[in-house]
Design a protein around this ligand. Structure first.
Ligand SMILES: Nc1ncnc2c1ncn2[C@@H]1O[C@H](COP(=O)(O)OP(=O)(O)OP(=O)(O)O)[C@@H](O)[C@H]1O
Ligand SMILES: [Mg+2]
Length: 334
């Protein structure tokens, strides 16, 4: 396998608001290999978008602060890059489809021009004719007839708008595409079409991808590996087969899958798990899932590290898979 395109080590991000520090991302390690798709899964508020914004270096200024960590993308240390350097890195090395794609299109500019603007910014020196041909190519690539390039976003359906957003993100053929819930706003049939198209593009362009989603069905369809986030931490990570076969799972992951262990009939939506994620302004010292966990035990008062669940890089942050969770008399502390 190729070397890692993206390496994140011990990333922590806080948001500094008027009355609190929000611990949104806490000591995250993550990597993406060339050509690989990593699914980043977790319920609302887990820190998925925050981690993505840190990679893009687009955290809100003065509010979102990287407290620790190193992010290396295509050999470049993002954490040290200046804004000027980032302007070149965004688009060329990494590009992001934002969580609310419908608002990322400018309603007053034709879709063709919006694609052309990205190309002009990153491929300086190209003639007008060359840019125009690249726009046609990109529209064809995402399955929209190029003759519609002079139309405005409102003239396209939701699924088509999403394809255009993808075309814009891919226009400069980035090495890494971060797609933040790219299909959530779409109905199921269109969702499948867009995912199929993204898979196809990934194969053709060799793009690596981080796919952020709540939807385990989407993960099964698209990802090579999965990282599951909870309260700002990766609580489980592994190959898609290992995560889906369910032989060893974090109790939170088990909750996500509900009682359906089969990859073919995996739940499309996360089953609700009783209780709430801890307040990111005051996280517990021990395991963040403790309050909701059906398998909690005495040792969970201490934060578990990621334990190797078996070979192939499958790791689980739970004392069930490491240390000794038994009490002095040998019984399990449940
Ligand atoms: N600009 C901000 N200022 C303060 N807190 C923020 C800001 N953006 C996000 N947060 C907080 O950081 C935490 C992580 O948010 P984030 O958007 O990364 O979650 P997420 O996993 O992407 O959730 P979702 O699935 O709902 O998109 C949440 O508690 C959120 O309220
Ligand atoms: Mg988000």
């Amino acid at each position: 396998m190729g070397e890692n395109l993206l390496d994140i080590e011990n990333l922590s991000v806080i948001y500094r608001t008027d009355d609190a520090y929000i611990y949104a991302v806490n000591g995250v390690d993550m990597s993406v290999k060339n050509g690989e798709t990593l699914g980043l899964v977790g319920e609302t508020g887990a820190g998925k978008t925050t981690a993505a914004l840190a990679i893009m270096k687009l955290l809100p200024e003065r509010i979102g602060i990287v407290k620790s960590g190193k992010i290396t993308l295509a050999g470049i240390d993002i954490t040290r890059a200046t804004e000027h350097e980032m302007e070149a890195i965004r688009g060329n090395a990494v590009s992001m489809i934002f969580q609310d794609p419908m608002t990322s299109l400018n309603p007053t500019i034709t879709v063709g021009r919006q694609i052309a603007e990205v190309l002009q910014l990153h491929e300086k020196g190209k003639s007008h004719g060359e840019i125009s041909r690249s726009v046609d190519e990109m529209m064809e690539l995402v399955g929209i007839p190029p003759h519609r390039k002079n139309e405005y976003p409102h003239q396209f359906s939701g699924g088509m708008k999403q394809r255009i957003v993808i075309a814009i993100a891919l226009a400069c053929k980035p090495k890494l595409l971060i797609a933040d819930e790219p299909t959530t706003a779409l109905d199921v049939t269109i969702q499948d079409q867009v995912l199929e198209m993204m898979n196809d593009l990934k194969e053709r362009l060799g793009t690596s991808m981080i796919l952020i989603t709540h939807d385990l069905g989407v993960v099964a369809q698209t990802c090579d590996r999965v990282s599951i986030m909870y309260a700002g931490e990766i609580i489980e990570s592994g190959g898609v087969e290992e995560i889906f076969d369910g032989k060893k799972r974090h109790p939170y992951t088990s909750g996500l899958f509900g009682s359906i262990p089969n990859i073919k009939i995996a739940a499309r939506r996360l089953n609700p798990i009783d209780g709430l994620m801890p307040d990111p302004a005051s996280l517990p010292a021990g395991c963040g899932f403790f309050e909701r966990c059906p398998k909690k035990m005495a040792s969970c008062g201490q934060k578990p590290p990621l334990f190797a669940a078996r070979g192939g890089g499958h790791v689980i942050r739970c004392w069930l898979y490491g240390g000794d969770a038994r009490q002095g008399d040998g019984s399990w502390a449940l």
